[in-house]
Unconditional design. Structure first.
Length: 109
């Protein structure tokens, strides 16, 4: 699961709600984040979920080709969020385990 760390882009990312003009109101559709990669290409990722581990915020993203990226994130006031790579392998393993617990629980419901 180690290669699910993400795109390693270290850029800020914007939210998009597919042109519905909902101003971020989540009314039945999934949030989409546009990731800009190191080569300046972009990919759209659906937000699977947001969760906390050891007082840090994490976000799980799903690409169109069904790869899962997990990032730490920080709110940037009115400027959206900043995604941070999880560099520490122990931290990544703990976060991945928590994600799997949450994701598998939702699938079973």
């Amino acid at each position: 699961m180690k290669d699910n760390k993400g795109c390693n882009c270290n850029h800020n990312h914007d939210h998009n709600h597919d042109g519905c003009n909902c101003d971020g109101d989540n009314h039945g559709h999934h949030k989409v984040i546009h990731l800009t990669l190191e080569d300046n290409s972009t990919i759209d990722c659906t937000v699977i979920g947001e969760f906390d581990v050891d007082k840090k915020n994490y976000i799980a993203l799903l690409t169109e080709d069904e790869r899962v990226f997990i990032y730490e994130y920080k709110n940037k006031n009115d400027k959206g969020i900043e995604l941070l790579n999880i560099e520490n392998e122990d931290e990544f393993n703990l976060v991945s385990e928590r994600f799997n617990e949450l994701f598998n629980q939702e699938e079973g419901e």
